[in-house]
Design a protein around this ligand. Sequence first.
Ligand SMILES: [Zn+2]
Ligand SMILES: [Zn+2]
Length: 388
Amino acid sequence: MPILNRIAALHEQMTVWRRDIHAHPELGFEEHRTADVVAAKLAEFGIDVHRGIGKTGVVGVLRAGASGRRVGLRADMDALPIREANTFAHRSTHTGKMHACGHDGHTTMLLGAAKYLAETRNFDGTVHFIFQPAEEGIGGAQAMIDDGLFKRFPCDAIFGMHNRPGMPLGKFAVRSGPMMAGGAFFDIDIEGRGSHGARPEAGVDPVLVAAHITAALQSIVSRNVRPVDTAVLSVTQIHGGDAYNVIPQTARLSGTVRAFSSDVMALIGRNMARVAEGVASGFGAKSTTDYRPIFAPLVNDPQEADFAAAICGEIVGADSVKRDPALIMASEDFSSMLNEVRGCYVNLGNGDGEGACEVHNPSYDFNDAALPYGASFFARLVENRLAR
Ligand SMILES: [Zn+2]
Ligand SMILES: [Zn+2]
């Protein structure tokens, strides 16, 4: 079965919604207008609306029949602090903010599916439509969970979707097991002893220590992580000193770590602190390491991945569903929800011609031609999972 007819009929309307959200981007936990729009539409469709879950998060609840089965569908609503370079009519009207990751499209596709499911009610069970704030690195998923998301709205399984520039329209990618990396940020503060730049013997040079720690940290991925596990550690900032002739008292290293399992993430954090302390003390300095996991690795349940892939196959044909896409080094905070409830995250083609501009780029735009595919995926998923 291709795109659902009734969803194809919604395409024009969804395009209007998507462009309206695109024109009014809001940063994480500031999605007040977007949440208003989502809540108003859900209510108009006849869906129960719950607001203020994870600050600006919204949950819609739709029941049909008597079965106790429950499925959760999640979209993200936040934009990025990027100045949009596009000049089309629906460009950002909020200077310095932009829907450069396609969350406007994700929100719209879930709204499209909600409208369809509320009208047709061709299922038996409960659907939780989860509209999440603040996906871009500030913990919107966790904020909803901490506000009791899955206690108030229990789900047997949850599903989410991200657009993928460069992947042709009408294609899906579904991976079993690890799919996207976990991410951590770190700061290493080095305390030396300041002195005159010409009298190093009177001090302990934290800049030299920072240089040695930077080099030594590269041994963690190459020597401590198993070669079959993928990981990356990047020192992306070195700060220290203000003058040509002063050896400073302190220096700071900062950066990021990515890996595909929580164990590897933790191992890197432990070894980082040990290496930094050991190198610093060898030079007579001190170091303190602040290692902060921000995103958990995103891991799809194999059974739910098979299920999601079968649904994608119903819409676009099995040949258009890639089952072994490469691991993605970027992170995604739907992983926090998948740590609570089994489920699967899928990728949807945003186009290899128009729509190929990478996300987080000032020229990016979600491809409206993808809307019916994503909305049909969510709708068919419910009709299948909660079949009457
Ligand atoms: Zn993003
Ligand atoms: Zn995104």
